[in-house]
Design a binder for this molecule. Structure first.
Ligand code: APR
Length: 255
């Protein structure tokens, strides 16, 4: 399947100094990570208010840990897809390239991307809620889970290092993401419904600064009316195609 990619997009990309990819659950869908909304979405089956907020965790930490242990196992068994790899390769070809992701699955890094800002945390990290001691999964999985992992130092409750509903985003990641968005020449919004704020404001920040905005999604979203180019389809198919077209255009001039 050949994707309709305009000359306008290719020249914007070839001439860009700063490029940002803003990603959501859809970029990992072809790896087997369920998205949150839409058919078969996680929030169709589970209630975020029962599993993805601090009150729920304080009310029944065992239930929340059981659910995260299940998600950790799924994510540990899957691989990045061609979409993740195409973005990692783009990073090597462009002077300034950053990935701002809402995903907690660590698949961008596993695909080789370096400059990744994680707005909602990372499911492979954990920390003690009392003394903030960090814990890797290896240190806790299998020891106490699905019971209740506790800190060796202060016996505090250990929680996954993810941002739950109602919680603030990590200040440093947010700060880096805002400055990347505000200085972007081209921003790709890939596989996100764009309904969860403040993350969803990132593409609009770039738009306000004059960036060329491209959306990649198998269906239109709330952002679609604001983009310069909409590429309809799966990111695991479109991104490799876009990368190869970019490479053809980007060929350094013969000496
Ligand atoms: N390629 C590209 N996009 C896809 C694909 C695919 N193969 N499959 C699905 N999509 C699109 C869907 O059409 C939808 O617009 O990905 C989007 C996924 O949207 P959501 O499930 O709402 O996920 P996301 O936007 O990442 O959610 C934001 O909400 O639940 C919280 O913290 C969680 O980070 C998450 C945030």
């Amino acid at each position: 399947m050949s994707v309709e990619i305009s000359g306008r997009l290719l020249s914007a990309l070839v001439n860009a100094q700063r490029v940002v990819a803003f990603t959501g659950a859809g970029v990992s869908a072809e790896s087997g990570v369920p998205t949150f909304r839409g058919n078969d979405g996680i929030w169709e089956k589970f209630k975020p208010e029962e599993l993805a907020n601090l009150n729920a965790f304080m009310r029944s930490p065992e239930l929340v840990w059981e659910w995260y242990a299940h998600r950790k196992r799924i994510i540990a068994e899957i691989q990045p897809n061609p979409g993740h790899y195409a973005l990692a390769k783009m990073e090597q070809m462009l002077p300034h390239f950053a990935i701002i992701t809402q995903n907690i699955d660590n698949l961008h890094r596993r695909a080789g991307s370096k400059n990744v800002y994680e707005l909602h945390g990372n499911i492979e990290r954990n920390y003690c809620m009392k003394c903030r001691t960090p814990y890797s999964d290896d240190e806790i999985i299998g020891r106490d889970v699905p019971c209740l992992p506790r800190c060796r130092r202060c016996n505090g409750l250990i929680r996954p290092d993810v941002v739950w509903f109602g919680e603030l985003l990590p200040e440093d990641e947010w700060g880096k993401s805002v400055s990347a968005a505000e200085s972007a020449d081209v921003l790709f919004s890939i596989g996100t419904s764009g309904v969860v704020y403040p993350a969803a404001s990132i593409p609009l920040m770039a738009k306000r600064q004059g960036a060329f905005i491209v959306e990649i999604n198998p269906q239109p979203t709330l952002l679609t009316d604001h983009v310069d180019e909409f590429l309809l389809g799966a990111s695991g198919v479109i991104l490799p195609e876009l990368y190869s077209r970019f490479i053809l255009e980007h060929q350094p001039p013969e000496p």
